[in-house]
Structure formats: C-alpha cells, structure tokens
Design a protein around this ligand. Structure first.
Ligand SMILES: Cc1cc2nc3c(=O)[nH]c(=O)nc-3n(C[C@H](O)[C@H](O)[C@H](O)COP(=O)(O)OP(=O)(O)OC[C@H]3O[C@@H](n4cnc5c(N)ncnc54)[C@H](O)[C@@H]3O)c2cc1C
Length: 448
C-alpha cells in the first residue's frame, strides 16, 4: 500500500487509524469471541459519519477487503478480516431519545446496554436482544429477537429509518416513507450487505418495569418441563416472551430452566407466569418484578468476553415430542458446563408481519433451537463438534432455515435458507447499492 495513501486517510480522519505496530492495535482487534484471531491491515476507528465516508472511500480506492465492526458480537468474527480494512464504528455509541414522539436515534456502534440505559430514563424501551454488550447494528440488520418480541415485534419491525454510507461513499437516508424504500426493506434482515449504517431510528414503547427471571428444575425432568413449556407458550399472551434452556448451575449441576419476561401489568403477569413456576419442584425460582434494564442484563454474565465460542442454530415450525427427546439427549451430551442449549419461542407480534414485508422471511417458524458451545481452553475442539452435531441431529425435525444473526457458518445453502424467497429481491438491491460487492465480509448476498 503506498505510504501516501495512508497519510491522506490519516489527515482526513478524526478518529484513529491503527496498523499492527501501533499502540492499541491488539486491543482493537479483540472481539467477544476469543476463537477469532484475525489480523487486519488497518483498523479505522471512526468518530462520526465523515470518518466512515473517508474509510470507505480509502478502502474502495485501494481495493482493500473491508469489514464493518459494530458491537463485535458476531460469533463467526465477521467484524474483522485478515489483511484488509476494518471500518470500526464501535466508538460511535450515542443514543438520543425523543420522549414526546417516542422515537430513538442510535449510532451504528452502540450496544443494547447503551440503548436501554437512555430509553429507561424516559420509561421507554426498544425491542432488541437479551445480552447488553451485543451491538444494536449487527443485531438489527439480522432481524433482532428479544424479550419484547411477542408484544412489539422484532427490532426490524420497530425501525423507522437508517442513515447509511454506501460503497460509493454517499450518505443516504432509507425509510419506508419515500426515501430509498428498497434499501430500507433490505436493511431489515439483509445483514451488513448494503452499506455502513451510521445511525438507526427506532419507535420506542412504554416499558418501565417487567416481571421476569429464571426458574430452574432438575435436569432429570427436562423432557417433561420442555413439553409443558411448549404447550404453555402456544396460548400465552403477547406480553410474555419466554425461552427454555438446558444449562448447568454454578456448581456444575445439570439443570433445565425457563427464563421469562412479562411486559404488562405486574399483577396480571403473576397470574400468567404461575404455570411456568409449577412444571415440577423448582430448585430455584427467581421470577420477580424488576426494571427493564435489569431484565436485559440478567444473562450478560453467562456470555463474558474472552471465552471460546461456537454456535449453531435452526428454526422449526413446531416442536414435536420426538424432537424434544432428541434435544434433551443431545443436551445431556454437553461436556462444557459453560455451554447451553436454548429453545427460543417467538410468535406473537413478530409472526403477524407478512413474510415479504421485510427481508426477514421466517415469520412462520416460531421455534429457534440454539446449540451454544462455550469453553475456555483454545486447544479443545470437542465442544464445536457438540454444537455442529446437534444442528445435524435436528435436521429431520427442522425447517432447514436460519435466523441470520445466529449463523456461525457460511455457504450457499445457508445463504438460501436465511432469506428463502426474498433472496432474488435482495440480490437485485445489492446490485443497485453495492455492485462491486465491496461489503462482503458478512453472510454475503451476491449482486445479481
Ligand atoms: C452473547 C450474544 C448474545 C446474543 N443475543 C442475541 C439476541 O438476543 N437476539 C438476537 O437477535 N441476536 C443475538 N445475538 C446475535 C447478534 O445479534 C449477532 O451476532 C450480531 O451480528 C451482533 O451484532 P454486532 O454489531 O455486535 O456484531 P459485529 O460483530 O460488530 O458485526 C457483525 C456484522 O454485522 C454487520 N454490521 C455491524 N455493524 C454494522 C453497521 N454499523 N453497519 C452495517 N453493518 C454492520 C457487519 O456485516 C458485521 O460483519 C447474540 C450474540 C451474542 C454473541
């Protein structure tokens, strides 16, 4: 790379541009998943939209492979690339709440924790995910599922507009109204394929305190607990979102748990969640009223920075008795006490959005089964095999479809199953906004 070019980038830049010899380079290439060990040629730590434009123009003019980093939580490590340029938005974290209109403007490097902290001041919340350090950008562009999903939909269902810097270095606004509506459709589930999103505008909802928390039962009762959980959730009110999980206690005891969040009146919630607390004799019942940001942070300690992680998941239309038996048997083969197997149930408002209204097509597949392998010894590989074989084991039961944000692998088959019938339209929009496929360190949609 000619020295002159780098000097010109640095002079046009307000944030920092890091090379491997620079202080802070090694820290800047760390992301949540310690299994990822990539060495970018340049890390452009942007301070605002002008820096994002400068970085994209520099990457394009110098034909660099370019990755976009938001919160750095993509399990497959797509926030980084070897040898290329990282357009790093993780310092762009401001959140502005318009309490009168109940809207929120969030910069492209903000985390869920940043968002919840500001909205809670006004008694508001935006549907997002369930771990506070996750980036709002990657999560939203992949769909975004979390505790408010059944009442208020996915994150993309609450998105009002995006500010985007395209591969050509142009700043666009995308919204449903009149501005680049095709791009706005694609951004709602199409991932990081279409440009660097410098800010998101969301609709917020009045959510202050919720009734939520975890109930744990002995693992020996797992088949029965999960069957009851399945039956219960089919007729649960939209205010309740709940997931079941096979996990371990802090002393290594195998357990089965249900974690719930009820976002309506607390007294009514107590009545609604009662069955979840009586699937047997709980070894722990910690469901209680709490501020929404506390609910949002409950699972943070279970997914710390710096562990090895490998995740697989699959969406299903239904959860049969046979599938539950197979899932529990596989869960019992989990060898790392840090791993878990989660059964997420969606439905509710998220399922009432038409399949082609946004790029995310799987509105009719309410079950997501996630094999979340987590361990500490980098030399160990058996935990990856556990997650991989779990997803393979479920194929006879599954719909062979995936939630984009949970994918850990690439491949044409997976790209097709992430977008289904929406893929041709996405490919055409990709061609319009990124004809050279500049943004390709992602679950890539080829421009057609
Ligand atoms: C512990 C943990 C918990 C999770 N929980 C949930 C959950 O509850 N619900 C859920 O839906 N998902 C969840 N996820 C999945 C998560 O949404 C995805 O991993 C997502 O990619 C993370 O976004 P990020 O900005 O942190 O990612 P990054 O790793 O920074 O980026 C991932 C990709 O997103 C794109 N991208 C990031 N920022 C931008 C931007 N500003 N503009 C354009 N493209 C961008 C790029 O393609 C990039 O490669 C979880 C992941 C983890 C690790």
């Amino acid at each position: 790379m000619p020295e002159m070019n780098l000097a010109s980038l640095r002079s046009a830049f307000n944030g920092r541009v890091l090379e491997s010899a620079d202080d802070g380079y090694n820290q800047a290439r760390q992301i949540w998943n310690a299994s990822v060990n990539k060495h970018p040629r340049l890390i452009a730590q942007c301070s605002g939209v002008a820096d994002v434009i400068a970085a994209i123009n520099f990457g394009r003019e110098n034909e660099l492979l370019a990755a976009i980093r938001g919160g750095g939580h993509n399990v497959g490590g797509r926030a980084l690339c070897d040898d290329g340029l990282v357009i790093d938005l993780s310092r762009m974290r401001s959140v502005h709440v318009d309490a009168v209109n109940q809207t929120v403007r969030v910069q492209g490097g903000a985390t869920l924790g940043d968002l919840d902290r500001e909205t809670h001041v006004f008694g508001l919340a935006v549907p997002s995910g369930i771990v506070p350090k996750t980036g709002i950008a990657g999560l939203t562009l992949g769909g975004g599922v979390g505790w408010l999903l059944r009442k208020y939909g996915m994150s993309i269902d609450n998105l009002l507009s995006c500010q985007v810097v395209t591969a050509g270095g142009t700043v666009l606004t995308a919204s449903d109204a009149s501005e680049n509506a095709d791009l706005f459709w694609a951004l709602r589930g199409g991932g990081g394929n279409f440009g660097a999103v410098t800010s998101f505008e969301f609709r917020a909802h009045q959510v202050h305190a919720v009734l939520g928390g975890l109930v744990l039962y002995p693992r020996s009762t797992a088949v029965d607990v999960i069957r009851r959980f399945r039956d219960f959730m089919q007729s649960a009110p939209d205010e309740l979102t709940a997931y079941a999980a096979l996990l371990h206690g802090s002393d290594g005891t195998p357990l089965v748990g249900v974690i719930a969040c009820y976002c309506g009146e607390v007294a009514e919630g107590e009545r609604v969640v009662r069955p979840l607390r009586t699937f047997g004799s709980p070894v722990m019942d910690a469901i209680q009223p709490m501020p929404f940001p506390v609910m949002q942070s409950l699972l943070g300690p279970s997914f710390p920075d710096g562990n090895q992680n490998y995740w697989k998941s699959t969406l299903q239309r239904e959860l049969t008795d046979d599938a539950i038996t197979a899932i529990v048997e596989h869960g019992n083969r989990m060898r790392s006490p840090l791993s878990c197997l989660v059964l997420e149930y969606y439905g509710g408002a998220a399922s009432r959005v038409p399949k082609d209204a946004t790029a995310f097509p799987h509105r009719d597949l309410p079950w997501d089964i996630l094999f979340l392998a987590q361990w500490t010894d980098a030399a160990e590989t058996t935990h990856r095999d556990w997650a991989r074989s779990g997803e393979e084991m479920l194929r006879p039961f599954s719909s062979n479809a995936h939630l984009l944000s949970a994918l850990d692998v690439e491949g044409e088959d997976v790209i097709n199953t992430a977008w289904g019938a929406n893929l041709p339209r996405l490919a055409a929009i990709k061609k319009k906004y990124d004809p050279t496929n500049f943004f390709r360190v992602n679950q890539n949609i080829k421009p057609v």
